[in-house]
Design a protein around this ligand. Structure first.
Ligand code: AP5
Ligand code: ZN
Length: 214
């Protein structure tokens, strides 16, 4: 399958992705994770992306389209993929259509993680991540077995620099002005499926499975 996950910061894209990935053997392409890795490694891409990310603004379309184009060429992505956090602008969606059209493939489903903004601050401020795998935890909703430590590797967890109430405000503004139109774009194509992302992680997983089996 070829899937897109769309929704505001903290809606649960990164939480559901590994579950869908394991079930359907898809590759998980999260532009946010790739950009954070580039920032940590201080590559030229990371240096260009850092300022916008720290402010909670979107990185330029050219940069993210470039990394997705590169990543989708990997053989592990040929059978299917989950795009998590991409496309986030209508321009990115159009570029993606071009890329896929050139290969004669198309998107099967776009999962819209619909949720009220008011819930998101608590989700974001309680999140701890394992940077190298992208696994995320929550102090209240999904605590690790040992506080501050990744369950799988035993490595330390960190908080994201943009996970604070101030930067969340601009991330939400970017979502509403630039990414909402992407949801309409896919609704018109008839591939949009709605999820109730305010439910518990297990309930959301069940909804995802229902959509994907239909
Ligand atoms: P990105 O990393 O994509 O961040 P985001 O969209 O803000 O999304 P998040 O990762 O914050 O949310 P999520 O939905 O993955 O939440 P999670 O599942 O972890 O992007 C970061 C930045 O990179 C952007 O601001 C931008 O600068 C740049 N960027 C990235 N892509 C770009 C693009 N295409 N174009 C331009 N710029 C781009 O869940 C959050 C927390 O809640 C966790 O702690 C989790 O445990 C918990 N949780 C999850 N589900 C539930 C639930 N159902 N109930 C209770 N708690 C839950
Ligand atoms: Zn995420």
């Amino acid at each position: 399958k070829r899937l897109i996950l769309v929704g505001p910061p903290g809606c649960g894209k990164g939480t559901q992705s590994p579950i869908i990935k394991d079930e359907y053997c898809l590759c998980h392409l999260a532009t946010g994770d790739m950009l954070r890795a580039a920032v940590a490694a201080k590559t030229s891409l990371g240096i260009k992306a850092k300022e916008a990310m720290d402010k909670g603004e979107l990185v330029s379309d050219d940069l993210v389209v470039g990394i997705i184009d590169e990543a989708m060429k990997k053989s592990s992505c040929q059978k299917g993929f989950i795009l998590d956090g991409f496309p986030r602008t209508v321009v990115q969606a159009q570029k993606l259509d071009e890329m896929l059209g050139n290969q004669g493939i198309k998107i099967d489903k776009v999962l819209n993680f619909a949720i009220n903004d008011s819930i998101l601050e608590e989700r974001i401020t309680g999140r701890w991540i394992h940077p190298s795998s992208g696994r995320s935890y929550h102090t209240k909703f999904a605590p690790p077995k040992v506080p501050g430590v990744d369950d799988v590797t035993g490595e330390p967890l960190i908080q994201r620099k943009d996970d604070n109430p101030e930067v969340l405000k601009s991330r939400l503004a970017a979502f509403h002005t630039q990414t909402k139109p992407v949801i309409d774009y896919y609704a018109k194509k008839g591939v949009l499926a709605q999820l109730h992302a305010e439910k518990t992680p297990n309930e959301v997983t069940a909804e995802v499975q229902k959509v994907l089996s239909s």
